[in-house]
Write a protein that binds this ligand. Structure first.
Ligand SMILES: Nc1nc2c(ncn2[C@@H]2O[C@H](COP(=O)(O)OP(=O)(O)OP(=O)(O)O)[C@@H](O)[C@H]2O)c(=O)[nH]1
Length: 452
């Protein structure tokens, strides 16, 4: 399935509600009057475009109708399309230009943070990027375990410490490891919870200080993950979070299961924060870079237009032999880094040339195993890491303690030396991708913003 088809099918509920509702209003009027604008505004508010943005859209519509001397309500749909396109403006993609690009991910529980990180890693890896994930949401062991399952699916490395350890230590070790291994991207999972704004702010500040020290010149992103099904609540969350953290972009998840996709428009209009990625399903390849033109087209296109666009995509796929997800003509066959294979039930890539599938632990078994691990780490002291000096908490730095005597005075440098080897052992299942020749998923859409 091509990109447009995926976005269009992900937005189906939003489209049916928004486009269908507006169409019904326009069909019920023969003249353009204030009553029509009232009903349009109401329909937009119900579609989660928000009061402020709905009013603005109607104001702009009145102006255009007057300027162009339009009298037929049926012509208004095209104008709404035009106005929303204007509001959405140009897209801003992820900035991954200077390696290792650091992406910090924040968001409330259940918004889809872990899933998004897994999907993002999968996309990066398909582009041939070397990725490292920092499990800096150390609040709950389950969060670390879930993240690890996703990194295994995506086939990327993870740096993790024990539950309750300092997130700063995890980030420090991850950045050291990323430099040593020449990673392109470091994705940091944070316990970006809102219920304690002060703590969140302190935690993010601390992580930022460490990034400043270790990767000051690198590209940086702070992505806020929002659950689209919560509608205007998500917009309010974005307002609150933006008072706390310098958000560079929003990832809007679960757009596939909601009619509330209109919040994309109010987020852009009211907060000016670009939506950079959208989640359109639970599978590993259900994350798309946000393309406002495609978004608006998918919302407003007629079924005939959608069919036509899908046909164009299919023709392109036939011509080039792959689509945006790297799929070939055979639905189950994908090509990753020039190797043909398929994704197994866990979302792991299996090359046809391999005799056996790589072993991935089933989620249930994995949880059992990690329970065991937790039991071990429970014995370890919690809260032992002092931002600058303490390293005991890190399972990655246990070995480095043996040879870290010379570094003791070297405050932050005291973190980890042997950690690279250790972490590499952890992630043996992740074969290193070769750099891909063709332009990457993000760069094809955002014009060379990744560092292929
Ligand atoms: N339909 C759909 N479901 C999604 C999407 N993204 C995430 N989910 C689901 O949302 C649920 C929560 O996702 P998580 O990634 O665990 O959320 P989280 O923010 O990490 O939550 P915590 O682990 O509690 O911190 C899971 O069941 C995911 O499968 C999406 O784009 N579409």
């Amino acid at each position: 399935m091509g990109l447009f088809s995926k976005i269009a099918s992900g937005l189906r509920k939003t489209k049916d509600f928004l486009f269908g509702g507006i169409q019904r209003v326009l069909n019920s009027f023969t003249v353009i009057d204030e009553e029509l604008f009232d009903q349009l505004e109401e329909q937009m508010i119900m579609s989660d475009i928000g009061v402020e943005t709905s009013e603005e859209i109607c104001d702009r519509l009145r102006k255009k109708i007057k300027e162009r001397g339009i009298t037929d309500p049926k012509e208004i749909m095209g104008l709404i399309h035009e106005v929303i396109s204007e509001i959405m403006g140009d897209d801003t993609g992820l900035d991954l230009t200077v390696s290792p690009a650091v992406i910090m991910v924040i968001g409330v529980n259940g918004a889809g943070k872990t899933t998004t990180i897994g999907k993002m890693c999968h996309q990066f890896r398909q582009e041939g990027k070397k990725v490292l994930v920092a499990a800096a949401d150390t609040f709950r062991a389950a969060a670390i375990d879930q993240l690890e399952v996703w990194t295994q699916r995506a086939g990327v490395d993870i740096v993790k410490h024990a539950e309750g350890s300092d997130p700063g230590a995890v980030v420090y070790d991850a950045l050291e490891a990323a430099k040593a291994r020449e990673c392109d991207v470091v994705v940091i999972d944070t316990a970006g919870r809102l219920h304690n704004k002060k703590n969140l702010m302190e935690e993010l500040k601390k992580i930022n200080r460490i990034i400043d020290n270790k990767a000051g010149d690198c590209s940086r992103e702070v992505l806020l993950v929002l659950d689209a099904t919560t509608g205007q609540n998500a917009v309010n969350q974005a307002k609150l979070f933006s008072e706390t953290a310098p958000i560079t972009g929003i990832v809007l998840t679960k757009l596939d299961g909601t009619a509330k996709g209109g919040i994309v428009i109010s987020i852009k209009n009211e907060l000016g924060i670009p939506v950079k990625l959208i989640g359109v399903g639970e599978k590993i390849d259900d994350l798309q870079p946000f393309d406002s033109n495609m978004f608006v087209d998918a919302l407003f296109a007629t079924p005939e237009q959608i069919e036509q666009l899908e046909e164009t995509e299919e023709t392109e796929e036939e011509e080039y032999g792959y689509d945006d997800a790297g799929e070939t003509e055979d639905d189950n066959t994908v090509e990753v880094d020039g190797v043909k294979g398929y994704y197994n039930e866990y979302g792991a890539f299996v090359a046809y040339e391999d005799e056996e599938e790589p072993e991935y632990v089933e989620e249930e078994d994995y949880e059992e195993e990690s329970d065991g691990e937790e039991a071990e780490t429970d014995d370890e002291p919690e809260d032992t890491y002092d931002e600058d000096t303490e390293t005991e908490d890190s399972e990655l730095t246990e070995e480095s303690d043996e040879d870290s005597g010379e570094d003791d005075s070297d405050d932050e440098e005291a973190y980890d030396e042997a950690e690279d080897e250790e972490a590499e052992e952890e992630t043996e299942a992740a074969p290193e991708p070769e750099k891909k020749k063709k332009r990457g998923f993000f760069s094809r859409l955002f014009g060379g913003k990744d560092n292929d």
